[in-house]
Design a protein around this ligand. Sequence first.
Ligand code: C2E
Ligand code: MG
Ligand code: MG
Length: 266
Amino acid sequence: IQGTVLKREKVLLQTRLAQAIAARELQVFYQPVVDARSGRIVGLEALARWHDDLEGWVPPDVFIPLAEHLGLIHDLGEQVFDHALERLKAWRREGNSVTAAVNLSRVQLFAPNFQERLLDKLKSYGLRPQDLVLEITESVALLDVSYESKRLHELAAAGFSLAIDDFGTGYSGLAQLHAMPIDTLKVDASFTARLNTEDGRRIVQAIVQMAHALKLETIVEGVEDEDDARYLISLGVTQIQGHHFGEPMPAGVIDMLLAKQAAQMA
Ligand code: C2E
Ligand code: MG
Ligand code: MG
């Protein structure tokens, strides 16, 4: 009986998600990516948010897979791009050079015409591929290598900046990483969470050294305190993301932070 109830609840949640996407009710929050030394905001990662009347805030780890399953990830992804590009256009207008990072799911990456549609969209906002970072999780990026698809190479050739998200949770080998047209590794927060142990510190150090050897930027995610930040800086990490520097926030709050930062630099 419990299984049936769960199943019915899941169907109802799916229905409400479909309605929310159709009504364009999903929100997008932005989390600062900061320069490790100066603390200056250099990028903003767009993170989808869904507030359901019955469930409250439903985490993306729940609704993104649901949207994929329902075939609605294209709509959802399109809305996230629209939101992010609209904001980015406004930040550019203010003279700010921050980039915006958008997460891509597997289905989006491998959809026909994905690149053409994104390029058209960028043009309609008066932005360039160089303004965007596309985040692709390690496991999805590996599919591109193993199926000899040229998706990532096409995107890189068009000028997009590519970042491997959740790095360290997949199984890419050095040769594969080297062959990927990527600029950045985003070290998964599960590694940051273990920086309080000697083993944890050694693993992060090894990842950062490998990234340097491959001439890749590293962004370490999930940085929650000053000690971790200081240790990462000592390793030569250039960019950091995490609650210590800023949680994902509504666009209006980011607008204020960017304005404050611009005033301080003037
Ligand atoms: P992600 O891209 O790796 O995003 C980073 C996640 O870490 C975010 O979770 C963020 O809120 C969380 N985080 C940030 N700072 C800290 C910290 O200091 N400590 C800890 N413990 N966590 C921190 P969120 O927003 O729940 O998103 C989860 C995942 O859902 C994302 O992981 C991403 O893979 C996916 N996602 C979110 N929005 C989208 C979207 O628009 N499209 C797609 N395809 N996936 C998305
Ligand atoms: Mg991400
Ligand atoms: Mg991640």
